[in-house]
Every structure is written in C-alpha cells, then in structure tokens.
Design a protein around this ligand. Structure first.
Ligand code: SF4
Ligand code: SF4
Length: 113
C-alpha cells in the first residue's frame, strides 16, 4: 500500500518577491550551516520571443525540510510560513490544500518524503 501524505505546504509563488526570508527563517530555526536550508528560493529567468523576459521566484522545499514537525506539534506554524511577509505559503492537510489549488494559478503543492 503506498504511503499516504497527510500534511504539506501549498506554495503560491505568484506574489513571491524573492526576499529569501523563508530560506533564512528555516536555516535559523534548525541551525543549518551556511548555504543549507529546508527552503531554497529559486530564481527563474526566461527570455521570451518578443525580447521581453519572464522573471519569477519559486520557494522550493529541499530534502532538509521536515515540515517543521517540532513546531507544528506545538500548534505553531512552520517557520517559513510564519515569516513570509507576502503570505506565499500555507501549511495544512493535503486534502484541504488540494481544494485551494483549484482557486488560482501559479501554485505548487508539496509534501515531504
Ligand atoms: S516565499 Fe515569501 S519569504 Fe520566501 S522569498 Fe518569497 S516572499 Fe520571501
Ligand atoms: S516547513 Fe519548516 S523545515 Fe520545511 S522549509 Fe519551512 S521552515 Fe524549513
């Protein structure tokens, strides 16, 4: 029987400003050495045929993300979710987050291994 993923992060990257606060918040919370974090903000730059360019930031959880189990057990939000000033991320049950996904574009649903 395949594993059932109960909790995850819904990442709405449309309004992500690329400030890296989520990445830093995770690194500080878990005292990761420099350059390591459970969250990595990725910059996506793509040239378009009309000479314009498309720029987006995507906060993407890494293999180090433990979904903030020590925090959520205490009823606290994950550190990255709490510190994002643009409210780009939500933590919750996959079932609930999936419903949110149908409400707007440019969202990513993520569950840890
Ligand atoms: S998700 Fe939020 S905290 Fe992270 S880079 Fe984007 S705006 Fe900043
Ligand atoms: S949920 Fe917690 S462990 Fe995962 S990236 Fe966010 S702060 Fe780091």
């Amino acid at each position: 029987m395949p594993k059932k993923y109960e909790y995850g992060l819904l990442i709405d990257y449309e309004y992500c400003t690329g400030c890296y606060t989520c990445q830093v918040a995770c690194a500080q919370e878990y005292q990761w050495p420099a350059g390591m974090s459970g969250m990595q903000v990725i910059e996506v730059v793509q040239r378009l045929p009309n000479d314009k360019a498309y720029l987006a930031y995507l906060p993407f959880p890494t293999e180090l993300c433990i979904l903030c189990a020590p925090r959520t057990k205490k009823g606290l939000e994950p550190a990255c979710v709490k510190h994002c000033m643009a409210s780009c991320m939500r933590y919750g049950r996959i079932e609930e987050l999936t419903k949110e996904m149908g409400r707007k574009p440019r969202m990513v649903l993520w569950a840890p291994r």
